[in-house]
Design a protein around this ligand. Sequence first.
Ligand SMILES: [Zn+2]
Ligand SMILES: [Zn+2]
Length: 257
Amino acid sequence: MLLKLCVLAGSSKGNAIFIRINDDRILVDAGISARKLEKLLKEINEPDPGSLTGILITHEHQDHSKGLKTLAKKYHVKCWLTSETYTKIRPKSGPIDTEFIEILEPFKMGNINVMPFEIQHDAIDPTAYVLTKDDFRIGILLDCGKSSPFLFDNFSNLDLLIIEANHSFDKLLSSDYPDFLKQRILSSKGHLSNWTTAEFISIVKPKIVIITHISEKNNSPEIALCEIEEYLANTGLEEWPFFVIVNPTTRSAIINK
Ligand SMILES: [Zn+2]
Ligand SMILES: [Zn+2]
């Protein structure tokens, strides 16, 4: 099996993840401009957005969907998402080629099996995914306020987990963000912190972890790694995953297998 994966963008300004398994090429979210996406895809030697099998959307927020309209129309790429999410995206995207998905109903994008899971976030129908090809499993858990035993069960023992570590709890509390915004981020419909992400990792025990969506204001790659390592050390976890930390200002390295 050929795997090629790159987090093209991972921050509150925009998110897009390229995943290629054999000849199937999937983009998870299109939260940067189509022009930037074209440039980044060229950089990783995948120059034709028209060859994408499809775009898989986690939720409607701009940092996950703003490049969708141009990308879907210019290159006729199909978009997989829930009908509720489409009702929120459609006023901006106009009609695009869609395939509606239902939570907990598995579907296929090319030869890749995809299972959608409901998560908590302040969007209409936020979704996490597990992609499976043969017995290789990739979990994608982006904007999410709260994990759950159900998610722990379904995300356990992944080969690769892509997960957000949005903020450092201490840094967010002492930031100059207004109280309502702090409360929104910290709520069960907000975002995972370095600690809640570390807890998730310590329970589901993936082989490889890609940490993304790091806040530039309330976190940094260094702080995220430090707080996650500290947490894992305290749990006494014996087998640590291989870590890739995505810098919010640049694309990740290309992960090849
Ligand atoms: Zn986001
Ligand atoms: Zn969001």
